[in-house]
Design a protein around this ligand. Structure first.
Ligand SMILES: *[C@@H]1O[C@H](CO)[C@@H](O)[C@H](O)[C@H]1NC(C)=O
Ligand SMILES: *[C@@H]1O[C@H](CO)[C@@H](O)[C@H](O)[C@H]1NC(C)=O
Ligand SMILES: *[C@@H]1O[C@H](CO)[C@@H](O)[C@H](O)[C@H]1NC(C)=O
Ligand SMILES: *[C@@H]1O[C@H](CO)[C@@H](O)[C@H](O)[C@H]1NC(C)=O
Length: 303
């Protein structure tokens, strides 16, 4: 007689070999614009949940002990993760019975009174220096090493490590804000792998840090809240397609922030940022009944 546990693993094994060949990530994410509500929801919701865990399962202001080893329905948390006390944070997830994997990158910890927020702020400053090829890191960043601050190199390395450790896994990259930037750049570096992100900052200035990036318009998609100042900032600086959740009313500061040349340090943009950019806003949008609208660049009618 076969013990129940052995029987169960047999069952899983046979299901696995059946499903493995079939369930891969789509090479184009255009169904987010044109597919059914079900397809859209089934794709975006788990990625939003994983992105939420990048904030609550890693060291920093948003850490919740109960989430440390947490996963989401249908997915196994990978043991492989990047969660140093200071540095780039990313989690991995593996879907049951398929060879699909997700790598989710964390965005910025906005609380600068703790080391996680301090190093994130310095890492963002480091990325800006890479974009502009000039300037100096703020004095308070001198305490961190370049190795700690260079999140893009760490993200590329982490993706390579994961690919080597799991050669049969097909990866999709996700993340919010700074995490969206890392996800899309890693995807571009890794043969145009798929990426679905939440609120990507301007991406093209950092392309010169990649070797032969592969950029596919519907291969990566970023989702925005209509009034997220990063959406204003990123215009013309994405290669990905984008979809936007419309809002009936602009949060305080957003109209003024959008009207002027975008200055993220202005009072209007700061107010708008906290009202429309944080991941809380994005979770609300994901769980709302509203679906984001994806303007089609090939059919855009200018009126
Ligand atoms: C998470 O897993 C690690 C390693 O197994 C363990 O040391 C830690 O206590 C776990 N955390 C929680 C909150 O259960
Ligand atoms: C920011 O971090 C500090 C130090 O860890 C903590 O005392 C404070 O409550 C945090 N503030 C917020 C708004 O989370
Ligand atoms: C940086 O290091 C110096 C000297 O070790 C220390 O006095 C200072 O408090 C540190 N600054 C931060 C932001 O940690
Ligand atoms: C979103 O896509 C539309 C259509 O391709 C484009 O006009 C717009 O600039 C894009 N938004 C951003 C932030 O790049």
């Amino acid at each position: 007689m076969v013990a129940p546990s052995a029987f169960l693993s047999l069952l899983i094994a046979s299901k696995t070999s059946l499903a493995l060949a079939q369930k891969t990530w789509p090479s184009s994410l255009e169904f987010l614009a044109k597919g059914s509500d079900e397809e859209y929801k089934d794709f975006v919701t788990p990625l939003a949940q994983m992105t939420k865990l990048t904030y609550t399962a890693t060291w920093g202001s948003y850490y919740r002990e109960k989430d440390e080893n947490e996963t989401i329905a249908g997915w196994l948390r990978g043991k492989l993760q990047s969660n140093p006390l200071v540095g780039m944070r990313a989690l991995t997830f593996f879907e049951w019975n398929t060879n699909r994997g997700v790598m989710a990158f964390r965005g910025t910890d906005l609380n600068s009174s703790n080391p996680s927020g301090q190093v994130d702020a310095c890492a963002n400053a480091f990325l800006s220096l890479c974009e502009s090829h000039s300037g100096q890191l703020p004095a308070e960043c001198q305490n961190f090493t370049v190795h700690q601050l260079d999140y893009l190199s760490r993200a590329l390395e982490f993706a390579q490590t994961a690919a080597e450790a799991h050669p049969n896994t097909q990866w999709l990259y996700t993340g919010h804000s700074l995490g969206a930037l890392l996800a899309e750049l890693v995807a571009a570096q890794r043969s145009g792998a798929p990426a679905l992100t939440f609120s990507a900052p301007p991406l093209t200035p950092l392309l010169k840090r990649l070797k032969q990036p592969e950029l596919r318009h519907w291969g990566t998609v970023t989702l925005y809240d209509q009034y997220d100042p990063l959406r204003f900032q990123a215009v013309g600086q994405l290669w990905s397609a984008n979809c936007t959740w419309a809002r009936a009313e602009a949060p305080e500061g957003c109209k003024a922030c959008e009207a002027a040349p975008i200055d993220m340090h202005s009072e209007a943009c700061q107010k708008c940022f906290f009202a429309a950019h944080t991941f809380k806003t994005y979770l609300k949008n994901v769980y709302s009944q509203r679906r984001p609208d994806c303007p089609d660049s090939t059919n855009t009618v200018i009126v």
